[in-house]
Design a protein around this ligand. Structure first.
Ligand code: NAD
Length: 250
């Protein structure tokens, strides 16, 4: 891994503004399973039966079998070395924007300041009938959590068929237009429109480094793949960057 890490560090060393795109893979070492890997959540929960807008409208109690499992595992998870390394790198840059598909809040818990939650977050619940919002924590032990109006509450996350939160798409494109380097970590890049963000960067000629256990559809782009677990590769990359004077704050 030494030589590829050094090549990636060389590619990113001059970047003062960086965008980091993350998926479920960055949180696997925090104990939160991803969706598509072997043993992932989709093996037991078909996305269209448990995680689509239509499924929630038809049978919200069934969807809560998945939401409950995720809420319990996310509630006891802590950031891992990949999340912490990104926060350390941010402190040396002019700007880092983390655009995450994850709903676990672990980037913020590790200290990252500019985090765009592309698929929402799990901290709040929302009523699709009357718009009332409630803190997820307040509902501990009550399954499924229900609004005063009688409707089962929905985690404030983007289900298949839901729109991307207002402002997040525009803010993501703005960050990508401004940056000089992109790092994509732990995503299979199969969920649009998030999967379009690395393509947009590559089209602008912005260097893209991918960190994943395996190659993905992005690997066909002019990206540099660092293959390995994010909890080891991200800290190694951030260490390699620290050793380069161009990337360090003057
Ligand atoms: P995915 O399950 O489709 O893909 C995960 C990717 O991460 C795979 O390419 C896998 O090879 C890689 N990976 C797994 N472990 C890794 C590790 N230790 N280091 C590096 N890479 C690793 O996930 P996705 O592309 O993010 O799309 C799934 C959707 O489900 C997203 O919307 C995501 O937010 C959501 N989801 C979120 C969480 C969470 O909040 N932690 C967990 C599961 C799913």
């Amino acid at each position: 891994m030494g030589a590829p890490i050094e090549r990636a560090a060389e590619t990113l060393a001059g970047a003062r503004e960086v965008v980091v795109l993350t998926g479920a893979g960055i949180s696997v070492e925090s104990g939160i399973p991803d969706f598509r890997s072997v043993g992932g959540l989709w093996e037991r929960f078909d996305p269209f039966d448990y995680a689509s807008r239509g499924a929630f409208e038809r049978d919200p109690v069934r969807c809560w079998e998945l939401f409950r499992e995720l809420a319990e595992v996310v509630g006891s998870a802590a950031p891992n070395p990949a999340h912490f390394a990104l926060a350390q790198w941010e402190a040396r840059l002019d700007r880092m924007t983390v655009i995450t598909q994850n709903i676990d809040g672990l980037h913020q818990a590790a200290g990252s300041r500019a985090v765009l939650e592309f698929h929402g977050g799990s901290r709040e619940l929302v009523c699709i009938a009357c718009g009332v919002r409630a803190a997820s924590m307040g509902q501990a032990g009550v399954w499924p959590p229900t609004c005063g109006c009688g409707q089962v509450l929905k985690p404030d996350v983007v289900l298949f068929g839901d729109p991307i939160p207002l402002g997040v798409w525009g803010a993501s494109l703005t960050a990508l237009e401004r940056c000089q380097g992109v790092v994509v970590i732990g995503t299979s890049a199969q969920v649009a429109p998030f999967s379009e963000l690395p393509l947009f960067a590559a089209e602008q000629g912005i260097p893209v480094v991918e960190i994943n256990l395996e190659s993905t559809t992005l690997t066909a782009l002019p990206t540099l793949l660092l293959q390995g677990p994010a909890g080891e590769v991200v800290p190694a990359l951030v260490d390699a960057l620290a050793g380069r004077s161009v990337g360090a704050r003057p």
